[in-house]
Design a protein around this ligand. Structure first.
Ligand code: NAD
Ligand code: MG
Length: 306
């Protein structure tokens, strides 16, 4: 492991520390992977919390499904949920088996059960299938995190292939609708749904028009569904990350020449690490946020959101 790997960090999220210097500065070398990208092949490795997320029993006995739970933010959320006492099912693309195995190892070593759900969420049958398997294997479902997403940067709208636009909406928006619909009959009062949106929902970068539009749709879906489900005692919220060092970025999610400067224009002056998102998801999943509904929690390193 290289000395500059972020996962060499050993202070946890409860240590009093300066957020500017919590991590060594990441200046990722230019690197390209085929989509969806493997975390195992990134330089430096993102911090998903194996050595830096300490649980405090906030999700004891809960059953969670996290889409895109093999890597990046979803992996950090899965690890944090397990450290907080939840069993966790993770969905991911079949080519991401290596990353998924690593997350399963950490969940299991944290003393919780893990369920692996490979498959492509652009298939409507898989959207309901992952919910049914989670319920069957974990004995129920109380926390759903719609986090899987496709992000491909293009030079212009004219150069954005129609097929990419369709797949981005299928993976990000339609799958969120379908997985959520399939989950509803299983979610008892007290359950939480958390959707991953983005700062780009408010500040759409021109190379990411399709992706940014899906994130705005997810934000809107969150606020509408929160009102519908409130009387049932099911809370729906979203998290809007800023620039976070995950496999999405070096697998065509950003123009490759922009990677070394990734995240440096935020007020904190650095990209975020996946595990820095986890406490927001834990807060929204846990009963302590009982009066928080339809909220989008920004975790952006200080980039302003409305
Ligand atoms: P990531 O690549 O680690 O996670 C995305 C995951 O989505 C992949 O691991 C993959 O398993 C899954 N996925 C994509 N297409 C799929 C499909 N068709 N079927 C099944 N699974 C599929 O990257 P990440 O950055 O951790 O992304 C997680 C979430 O965070 C996404 O919703 C993303 O939009 C959001 N987000 C990320 C950033 C950032 O800077 N990294 C910023 C804002 C929002
Ligand atoms: Mg992945």
């Amino acid at each position: 492991m290289a000395a500059d790997d972020a996962d060499t960090t050993r202070t946890d999220q409860l240590t009093f520390q300066n957020p500017v210097t919590r991590y060594p500065e990441i200046t990722p070398p230019e690197q390209v992977q085929a989509e969806p990208g493997l975390q195992a092949e990134m330089t430096p490795k993102p911090d998903i919390g194996e050595f830096s997320y300490r649980g405090t029993g906030r999700l004891e006995g809960r059953r969670a499904l996290v889409t895109g739970g093999d890597s990046g933010i979803g992996a950090a959320v899965a690890v944090a949920f397990a450290r907080e006492g939840a069993d966790v099912a993770i969905s991911y693309l079949p080519e991401e088996e290596k990353d998924a195995d690593e997350v399963v190892r950490i969940i299991t070593e944290s003393g919780r059960r893990a369920v692996k759900l490979p498959g492509d969420l652009t298939d409507p049958a898989l959207c309901s299938g992952i919910v049914e398997r989670t319920v069957a294997e974990l004995g129920g479902l109380d926390i759903l995190v719609n986090n899987a997403a496709k992000q491909i940067a293009n030079d212009s709208l004219e150069e954005t292939p129609d097929e990419q636009i369709v797949q981005t909406f299928e993976a990000n928006v339609l799958a969120t609708f379908r997985v959520t619909k399939a989950a509803l009959p299983h979610l008892p009062p007290g359950s939480a749904i958390i959707n991953s949106t983005s700062v780009v929902a408010y500040q759409p970068p021109p190379p990411l028009l399709d992706y940014a539009s899906t994130k705005a749709a997810i934000n809107n879906f969150t606020k509408g569904l929160a009102q519908e489900l409130a009387p049932k005692g099911i809370r729906v919220n979203a998290v809007a990350p800023g620039p976070i060092w995950t496999p999405l970025q070096p697998s065509h999610g950003q123009p490759v020449e922009d990677l070394p400067e990734f995240g440096k224009s935020t007020p904190l002056g650095r990209a975020g690490q996946p595990t820095e998102l986890a406490p927001a998801y834990v807060f929204l999943a846990s009963p302590e946020s009982s009066y928080v509904l339809g909220e989008t929690l920004a975790v952006t390193g200080g980039m302003p959101t409305p």
